[in-house]
Design a protein around this ligand. Sequence first.
Ligand code: ASP
Length: 313
Amino acid sequence: MQPVLLASANGDVGMEAAWAILAVGGSALDAVEAGTRCVEDNPDDHSVGYGGYPNLLGEVELDASIMDGCTLRAGAVGALRGYRHAISVARRVMDELPHVLLVGDGAARFADEIGMQAENLLTPEAEHAYREGISGRLPDDFRDAQGALIGDLLRRATGLATDPERVAGTVNFLAIDTQGNIASAVSTSGWAWKYPGRLGDSPIIGAGNYADNRYGAAACTGWGELAIRASTARSVVLYLQQGLALEDACRAAFADLAAFERDPQRVLMSMVALDRAGNMCAVSTSAERTFVYRTAAMKKHKRTARLHLPLVP
Ligand code: ASP
């Protein structure tokens, strides 16, 4: 089988590393992890890994998940603080623990146990954006005499949380290797200025990420709360299982989303998908979204437009 690799547009920086693995017969799982790590290292991407925008308290909290379509095993971390390679922590959860998802202090403890380097993920740029954009705009009565945010008022500030796709985007990687094995990886710092501890769809298997060798894989960016409620990534794979062609499966999963939102035209959702034959499909409710991909016939990866699928009420 010829390998295939696709990613959300910000996966561009990881395409070479991921393809280098697939090109020599390496596994889809290793490829999607390697590609994602490059994005997590990119300080200019403010919605993934190092340099990600922080939560309402100014802390960077990362979510990530990885799924092996061969074994149907998965690993994930949520609200991980202090370790940039959330995808590799998720991979080790899958490989070493009888669990799927670790969050918060437990995820950080595990990252430390497996020898990951602890560091401050808040870059000066991200901190500046936080101070200018959010912290400085919070009303005075959100702070105590020392200037610290008053914890029990934080919920009032969640209206300031923003969809990070306006500033960058979560990263999705999907691959099929020479053995026909499929893997998927998703990593994000989530919505900027989110309530501390908020998890999006990225670490939720079935919501933002799903892979199954028998049918295909899908991964999402956009409104995580919606993908969680609608089980969007798993829906695509189930539609494939029911015999729909890849594009029809993506269209069906997107059509499902309309029922979950009073004003579906507001929804920002994007998805990349792959079937077991190596066909690709990338869709978005926005006309401007692109994705990157590479097949064995190509000398370099290419960026191209997604299929525009606005949600109709
Ligand atoms: N889906 C991500 C989340 O909800 C954010 C995004 O992709 O824009 O955390």
